[in-house]
Write a protein that binds this ligand. Structure first.
Ligand code: CP
Length: 338
């Protein structure tokens, strides 16, 4: 099946909380829309699809890529984004997340939020009457997942069949790992979590991956065996300690992960694939989970991946703003008159 021939469809859900809530065709549709809009903008085309529309960006934690990409996406599409950083609004002091959600939903057209706890994004979605996009919770990072899959398609190994693609996530089973397991198997790829047992991906996520694999082909496994690196098309890693366990002393996590799970030139060579690409959601702790030589090396696509956060956010705000089809029709019309 050529997955890019699927027809554009309206979202079946108000919110984008977790990629696991969506069908393969919906995920493909968001990816397709994102890539078409990127091409159009790169060719010098302009879009005002979100003219006068507003996105509230509610952050409980710091962010570079998520914050900048959503704000730039809204500006490029004719809309406006409000940066509601920690401490800037009443949330957490005098106002609940539920009341905040009601108010934002009455003033803004969409809400994107990075939250400490997944329950908070669910509450925002429940109480806000406008679409809510999850900008990362302690459970998942779905907007990262869309950008990552765009990056995989951008760097697709020549001649590779969908069900033969292998992506290995190395290190700690972060929320990025959970989403990668879900979205990569939903697209029919082979997913491996290569990491120590005390940081392994949960059985719940492996089961979600296996169920996707039954439906779409591919596979989902966890392994500590370096043999599992062989044949990887993409090696992906994330920091060894997240925002949620930053108090963990460095000696503790270094003991668990170093040197076996550091992505370095030896690990890239262990894939036995000279074309294997390196991915990282960033920010990176250079020379901990990845060496400079790999992150800055010729096989690194981490910077394209960062830029594709913007590619993905444009697609997401158009899709959940329910102007995806209108935008595609507009682009088609512009291309015809050129
Ligand atoms: N990858 C990612 O979400 O980056 P930020 O924390 O900078 O948004």
């Amino acid at each position: 099946m050529d997955i890019f021939t699927l027809k554009h469809q309206e979202p079946t859900k108000k919110d984008f909380i977790d990629t696991a809530d969506f069908e393969q065709s919906e995920i493909v549709d968001i990816i397709k829309l994102s890539r078409i809009v990127r091409s159009y903008i790169k060719e010098g085309g302009t879009l005002e699809s979100l003219y006068h529309k507003t996105l509230a960006m509610l952050f409980e934690q710091k962010s570079t890529r998520t914050r900048v990409s959503f704000e730039v996406a809204m500006a490029q599409l004719g809309g406006h984004a409000l940066n509601l950083a920690p401490g800037a609004i009443q949330l957490g002091a005098h106002e609940t997340i539920e009341d905040t959600a009601i108010v934002l939903g009455r003033m803004c057209d969409m809400v994107m939020s990075r939250v400490d706890k997944h329950e908070s994004i669910e509450a925002l979605a429940k109480y806000s009457k406008v679409p809510v996009i999850n900008g990362m919770s302690d459970r998942v990072h779905p907007t990262q997942g869309i950008g990552d899959m765009i990056t995989v398609f951008d760097h697709w190994p020549k001649g590779k069949k969908i069900n033969d693609l292998k992506i290995v996530f190395v290190g700690d089973a972060t929320q990025v790992c959970n989403t990668l397991c879900e979205i990569s198997t939903k697209l029919g790829f082979n997913f491996v979590h290569y990491g120590p047992e005390n940081h392994k991906i949960s059985d719940e996520w492996l089961e979600i991956g296996r169920k996707n694999a039954e439906k779409y082909g591919g596979s989902a496994i966890w392994s500590e065996d370096p043999e599992t690196l062989k044949g990887a098309d993409f090696i992906y890693t994330d920091v060894w300690y997240g925002l949620y366990d930053k108090e963990t002393p460095k000696e503790v996590y270094m003991k668990d992960f170093y040197p076996k799970y550091q992505v370095n030139d030896e690990m890239m060579a262990a894939t036995e694939n000279p074309n294997c690409k390196f991915m990282h959601c960033l920010p990176a702790n250079r020379n901990e989970e990845v060496t400079d030589s790999v992150l800055d090396g010729p096989n690194s696509v981490a910077w394209d991946e960062a830029e594709n956060r913007l590619t993905a956010q444009r697609g997401l705000v158009l899709y959940f703003g329910r102007v995806g089809q209108k935008t595609l029709d507009y682009i088609k019309g512009q291309k015809e008159v050129k």
